[in-house]
Write a protein that binds this ligand. Structure first.
Ligand code: PLP
Length: 409
């Protein structure tokens, strides 16, 4: 029986604890950046093992500030992957610098470290690896290359909380590197403040610069100027931005942080149920998980074996919608969007894995508010569509072991 009501693709897991935090902020009368934001920074930094955690109004702002702090200049180059959201590359363009893409590994959707060195030139200043869906990018070889060529690493960790790469929590410092980790607390993310982000680094100078630039380039702790410890006097040291997070949002963040483990466990369990339902099915390939990492399960990107279906991904999505299941697509690779295509003359096949995986990627709902019944409804609908549109003869698709990261994908 198809569902009678629509299951949204994503929903935040909020309850009385968020309401209480917001009420406290309103009662105290401190609405913009203040004590709750300081507390959120402290608790988040402690949680991920970062020396400095700077609360901002988006992950985009965090990546922008990181590039500003390393002194990115017009004409410089930054290496990243095309399999990402707009934000990752647009922040490079803010500086009139060039995003240089390297292709991804199938199934991981993360950048292939073995392609990075060939993309480095004298103008390269940084690498932005993205932990797509919450599966960590292969940071060891990426860090090795960054050390060799003295490049900064700015992790786009929008999907990666909570998340471990090997035995290292995403958020902790990579030794001997200019290094930043940028999180998103956008409404659909694994913890949310509505809109919001966090910039983590262990470098004191970078942290100082980012704090100053996040608040109009005015002297440190400008937010304190309306407190008893504050003073009216401030100095503008650079033309900064307005990227601070409010105490209302930070209150949401504190409440979300307190239940992050419970929410992760639920997403993890949903992923296992999807794995069981779709493994060995001729129409599907499962998302890659690594036994030596902790996947954040922000997204569950199922890959359709289009050879075994008579429909394409767009029609599959429509069929799920007819069955009252919300799905999505992550991501339309940047190099096929008009701006990047026209500016840099890309064709889809310039990054063939990113493009090929995009044509068959379908993100299923995975959030802690889903009930067991919701999960069963998604599974039933997905299997029903696959059955209805199965080709007469199905071919077996064997996962290959990816030579890059040595895991089956
Ligand atoms: C991979 C990735 N990077 C960056 C961002 C930007 O995050 P924010 O909306 O917090 O700026 C997103 C947002 O969806 C994302 O998916």
């Amino acid at each position: 029986m198809p569902r009678s009501t629509f299951l949204p693709f994503a929903l935040p897991d909020t309850d009385g604890t968020e309401l209480q935090q917001v009420a406290e902020a309103l009662e105290k009368g401190w609405l913009t950046t203040g004590p709750k934001t300081k507390q959120f920074e402290k608790e988040f930094g402690d949680r991920v093992g970062a020396k400095h955690a700077i609360a901002l109004n988006s992950c985009t702002a965090a990546m922008h500030l990181a590039l500003e702090a390393i002194g990115l200049q017009p004409g410089d180059e930054v290496i990243t992957s095309p399999y990402t959201f707009a934000a990752t590359a647009e922040v490079i363009r803010y500086f009139d610098a060039t995003p240089v893409f390297v292709d991804v590994s199938a199934g991981c959707f993360n950048m292939r470290p073995d392609l990075i060195e060939a993309a480095i030139t004298a103008k390269t200043k940084a690498i932005i690896p993205i932990h797509i869906a919450g599966l960590p990018a292969d940071l060891d070889p990426i860090a090795e290359i960054a050390r060799k060529y003295n490049l900064a690493i700015i992790e786009d960790a929008a999907h990666a909380f909570p998340c471990h790469y090997k035995n290292r929590q995403i958020g902790t410092a990579l030794d001997g590197l200019k290094h930043f980790i940028c999180y998103s607390f956008y409404a659909t993310k694994t913890i949310t403040t509505g809109e919001g982000g966090m910039l983590c680094t262990d470098n004191d100078e970078f942290a100082d610069r980012c704090r100053i630039m996040a608040l109009h380039g005015i002297s440190r702790d400008a937010w304190k100027r309306y407190t008893a410890e504050g003073t009216w006097y401030y100095e503008i040291v650079a033309p900064g931005y307005k990227y601070n997070l409010t105490d209302i949002a930070s209150g949401l963040g504190l409440a979300q942080l307190a239940k992050a483990d419970r929410m992760w466990q639920r997403r993890h369990d949903i992923a296992q149920r999807y794995h069981q339902a779709f493994q060995n099915h001729p129409a599907f390939q499962l998302p890659v998980d690594r036994s030596d990492c902790q996947h954040a399960w922000h997204l569950y990107i199922l890959r359709l074996n289009l050879d075994n279906l008579t429909i394409d991904r767009a029609k599959f999505y429509d069929e799920l919608k007819l069955r009252n299941i919300g799905a999505s697509v992550h991501f339309i690779p940047l190099h096929i969007h008009p701006y990047y295509r026209d500016k840099y003359g890309y064709t889809p096949q310039d990054y063939p894995v990113a493009y090929g995986e995009y044509t068959r990627a379908l993100s299923l709902p995975i959030y802690s508010k889903m009930t067991d019944g919701d999960v069963a409804d998604v599974i039933e609908a997905v299997l029903d569509v696959a059955k209805m549109y199965a080709t007469e003869q199905s071919t077996t698709v064997q996962p290959k072991t990816c030579s890059n990261c040595k895991i089956p994908c």
